[in-house]
Structures are given as structure tokens and as C-alpha cells.
Write a protein that binds this ligand. Structure first.
Ligand code: GLU
Length: 393
């Protein structure tokens, strides 16, 4: 049994992610009564001194109900339009519900670049922290009206984890129609065991995630485990709990079943957290075993140990560093543009100036810009497959 699970009231900054199915009924629309109960719980946490941030899904689900779009798969432009209609209603509902408890809501719509590009990331973070400073609760969602298939988070589980690491939260709560993690899908396997505490996200834990998704939400257990990797790696605990009851946060506090993921004991610096949490590295550098050993002992990556370079990236972009067996062993900021990196791959540092015509840096990736990925992070953040994208359904 891992120690450390605390009452919610003891956390300092809490990000709460709400799944679409909790907020939206496909026939009747927004579940206002449920939302009022949740907002009362949020107000109680705030009264106890915690900062609270909300990542709310539901824009597409609500919009398609309002627009009376037929059931079935939505085209991209239909889901973008649904999000435009749904988001305005969603934001209003949050604003009204929170105002009953005397709280002001502020809407933040993020696109992938807002967390993946360092400057935009710092900008978004500054806005969120200003909102918190002013006593407002940020209500965050992906900007689905402009998100395209290629450029989007696609699921709010990982978005919420990014928000948690971005804001230095110490707890992320994922509320959905699933009450936690089981050793196997409980509806398929009568022997499935519920896990109330997860000390570390090992490959075994990842294997339990499968790919299940409910009709209204994009994220299944897979994206929740990915979110757990992002959050716990940055020292933020995570809870997966059911939101299908009124006052879901109070219910967790009262001891309802939920899965708690322990935060990593050695959180890395904020900058390295940002590097490790990048959802889409711009390229890949494959290294030999000598370089892998050097990286593991805390050294920089030199061109001599590089076997291959793929992708298009500029100096300063995040690249994935893989061993010969294809496992991702580290991530870092490239010291060279992809083209130059390819030219000096495998070459000794002393040869670089002659090849490039300028004296470049000694390191392909400097150790200050490098973060090792744990065994469990071998495939850190796979892109969500289209097929799983049930919010378009
Ligand atoms: N951003 C989507 C929406 O608000 C939801 C994504 C998700 O379900 O994870 O409709």
C-alpha cells in the first residue's frame, strides 16, 4: 500500500476534468442540476484554500444536441460547428452555476500549439495564473472550432494533464463514467480487480488500459493512463473517479471508490517537465548503445553517437531520442536543425566545423535540455487514433 493519499482538501491546486457524458444528455441537453452540485463542491474546495481549475468537455456533444445533428459520425466541419454552438452554451452554464456560489468563471480555449510551443505555453500559463490570482476559476477546453484532425489534442484527459503540469497543480481529478482502473475491462472479465492505488505507471498498468471509450467521450482508459504519465511524472497526483453521482467531489471525499495514482517522488524542473510532456516531438534521433549509456549517466548527446535523424525540426525543437531497439529513451531540445543534424550524424565533434562550414555546438542535444523517459514512458504519448474518436460519433 502506497502512502500519501490525502483528503482533497489538503491539495493546494487541483485541476478537475469533466467528461462530456457527465454534462450532456443527448436528448435533453445540459445537466444543470448536476453541474450546480459540482460547482458547490468546487466552492467548498476553494473555501478550504485550494486553487481550482476546470477542464470541461462537452462542447461538441452539446452543440450537436442543440443543432439536432443526426446520430453517427460527424464530419470534421460539422464537429467544428457543433463545438462553436456548444462551447458558448457550455461557458454560460459554467458561469451561471459558479456565480451561484459567488465565483467568477473565465473561459480559456487552447489549441495544441498553446502548450507545445514554448513561448505560447508561457503566455497561456501567464493568463491562467493571472485568472487564479484574481480569484476566478479558469474553465478550459480545446478550441475545437479551429482544431483539425492533425492539429489537436483530441482528448481532454491529456489536455487536462498538460494544464496540471503547466500550472504546477498537485492533483488532477478525471471525472467520467468510469470509477477507476481495473486489471481488465470489468464488463468483459468477471475476474477484473479494481485498483485503488497505483504507485507507478508500469508497462503492466499500461497494458490494463486497453482502448475503451464511451459514446460521448473521446478518451478511454488509454488517454487517462497517458494523462497519468504526464501528471505523475511532474509530481502531480491523479485520481480517476466516477462523476455519475450528484456532488462527485464530495462523494470522493466521503470515501467512494476511485483510483489514485501516486506522484513521482522526483519531479524534474518545470522546463524539463515541459520537454517531457510534449505531445508531438518534431523529429527523432536514433542513437547507438554507447550514446545510450552516456545519456543514462547524465551526459549530453554528441553527434558521434547518432545513427539516424528523421523528421523536420529546427534548432530548439523537441526531438525524441530512441535506442537501436526503437524504445524512446529520452527527449530533448535539438542543438541543430534537422538538415545539419543529418550531415553530422556519426561524426566526431572535431569534424563538425569542416562539414558545416561553421563551428557548431559540441552537443547534438545538451544535457541541460535533456530529460530521460522512464521505462513506463517508452511510448509516451501516442496520437489518439481516429477510430477512437467517439465525440465525432
Ligand atoms: N473538447 C471536446 C469537447 O468539448 C471533448 C474532448 C474529450 O471528450 O476528451 O467536446
Amino acid at each position: 500500500m502506497v502512502k500519501g493519499r490525502k483528503p482533497l482538501a489538503r491539495y493546494r491546486r487541483i485541476v478537475i476534468k469533466i467528461g462530456s457524458a457527465l454534462l450532456v444528455d443527448r436528448q435533453t441537453g445540459l445537466k444543470n442540476g448536476w453541474l450546480d452540485g459540482l460547482c458547490a463542491d468546487i466552492a467548498a474546495l476553494r473555501a478550504g484554500g485550494a486553487d481550482v481549475l476546470v477542464v470541461s468537455s462537452g462542447a461538441i456533444a452539446l452543440g450537436r444536441t442543440v443543432l439536432k445533428l443526426p446520430a453517427g459520425l460527424l464530419k470534421l466541419e460539422e464537429s467544428q460547428a457543433a463545438a462553436a454552438v456548444g462551447q458558448i452554451a457550455l461557458a454560460r452554464a459554467w458561469s451561471e452555476s459558479l456565480s451561484r456560489d459567488g465565483i467568477v468563471a473565465g473561459q480559456i480555449l487552447l489549441t495544441l500549439g498553446d502548450t507545445e510551443e514554448r513561448r505560447r505555453y508561457l503566455n497561456a500559463r501567464a493568463t491562467i495564473s493571472q485568472l487564479l490570482k484574481l480569484g476566478s476559476i479558469p474553465i478550459i477546453n480545446e478550441n475545437d472550432t479551429v482544431a483539425t484532425t492533425e492539429i489537436r489534442y483530441g482528448d481532454n484527459d491529456r489536455l487536462a494533464a498538460r494544464v496540471a503540469t503547466m500550472t504546477g497543480a498537485d492533483l488532477l481529478i478525471l471525472l467520467s463514467d468510469i470509477d477507476g482502473l481495473y486489471t481488465a475491462p470489468p464488463h468483459l472479465d468477471p475476474d477484473a480487480r479494481f485498483l485503488d492505488t497505483i504507485a507507478a505507471i508500469t508497462p503492466e498498468i499500461e497494458a490494463m488500459a486497453g482502448g475503451a471509450a464511451s459514446e460521448l467521450s473521446r478518451g478511454g482508459m488509454r488517454t487517462k493512463i497517458d494523462a497519468g504519465k504526464i501528471a505523475t511524472g511532474a509530481g502531480c497526483a491523479m485520481i480517476i473517479a466516477s462523476g455519475k453521482i450528484d456532488h462527485p467531489l464530495q462523494t470522493i471525499e466521503d470515501g467512494a471508490r476511485s483510483s489514485w495514482f501516486a506522484p513521482s517522488g522526483t519531479p524534474v524542473t518545470a522546463r524539463k517537465t515541459w520537454i517531457a510532456g510534449q505531445l508531438q516531438p518534431a523529429g527523432t534521433i536514433e542513437v547507438d548503445t554507447g550514446a545510450e549509456t552516456a545519456l543514462r549517466s547524465g551526459k549530453s548527446l554528441l553527434p558521434a553517437g547518432v545513427r539516424a535523424v528523421s523528421g523536420h525540426f529546427s534548432r530548439g525543437d523537441t526531438v525524441a531520442i530512441r535506442g537501436l531497439d526503437g524504445r524512446e529513451i529520452a527527449r530533448g531540445l535539438a542543438g541543430y536543425d534537422a538538415e545539419d543534424a543529418r550531415r553530422i550524424a556519426g561524426k566526431k565533434s572535431g569534424e563538425i566545423a569542416a562539414i558545416l562550414g561553421y563551428a557548431g555546438r559540441a552537443a547534438m542535444v545538451h544535457r541541460d535540455d535533456l530529460v530521460m523517459m522512464g521505462a513506463s514512458a517508452a511510448r509516451p504519448f501516442e496520437t489518439v487514433e481516429e477510430g477512437k474518436d467517439a465525440a465525432h460519433a
